[in-house]
Design a protein around this ligand. Structure first.
Ligand SMILES: CC(C)(COP(=O)(O)OP(=O)(O)OC[C@H]1O[C@@H](n2cnc3c(N)ncnc32)[C@H](O)[C@@H]1OP(=O)(O)O)[C@@H](O)C(=O)NCCC(=O)NCCS
Length: 161
């Protein structure tokens, strides 16, 4: 079944599950579309899968993968992306909420200071900017953003509903 342009918020079922080897090509495709100039290579994903097998998750819809998220046991979000054709339909929220539920304390991440879309998304999730690292990406600064689980989880659940 063609899945593009379906409003996911109104048309489940889809599921979050941990990464498996067969997902790699679809993930590389999503990665390339999301980060054309700075996409992680295949080896980076394989290394993440090796190090954090329970924290590398994908959203599955039928035989397709619509997005992925990698975080770690120290509540650090390493990366996430949703297929361009399926953004603004709540999938990023689902991935974020999965990580928030698994988090021991406060989710945190670095994000490019020029990545306005992602920063707006993370703010919408309840994250706050707590710092800035000059030149972290060479050509851009990183903003440090933090999600205080004890403070924000209830509001985040409401947004997900
Ligand atoms: C960031 C990203 C994962 C968000 O995924 P998504 O599935 O579109 O997110 P959601 O649909 O759950 O968005 C929830 C809310 O966040 C906000 N939001 C999401 N994307 C936004 C954008 N580009 N601009 C402004 N606000 C945005 C909106 O308030 C949105 O709710 P609404 O659609 O009802 O207005 C997605 O845009 C993406 O893959 N971007 C490219 C990769 C990337 O930058 N990853 C982060 C690297 S640190």
């Amino acid at each position: 079944m063609a899945v593009s342009n379906l409003n996911i918020k109104r048309k489940p079922p889809f599921k979050i599950r941990t990464y498996s080897m067969e997902d790699i090509n679809l993930i590389l495709e999503i990665e390339q579309q999301a980060f054309p100039k700075t996409a992680y290579p295949k080896e980076a994903f394989l290394s993440y899968a090796d190090r954090f097998p329970d924290h590398f998750v994908v959203i599955e819809w039928g035989e397709d993968i619509l997005g992925y998220m990698i975080f770690d046991p120290d509540d650090h979000i390493h990366s996430m992306a949703v297929k361009p054709t399926h953004r603004r339909q709540g999938l990023g929220t689902m991935l974020f909420m999965h990580a928030a539920r698994c988090a021991k304390k406060s989710l945190w991440l670095e994000v490019r200071s020029e990545n306005r879309g992602a920063i707006a998304f993370y703010r919408c999730m309840g994250m706050e900017v707590t710092g800035r690292i000059q030149g972290y990406y060479g050509d851009d600064d990183a903003l440090i953003m933090v999600f205080d689980k004890s403070k924000n989880i209830a509001a985040a659940r409401d947004r997900e509903a």
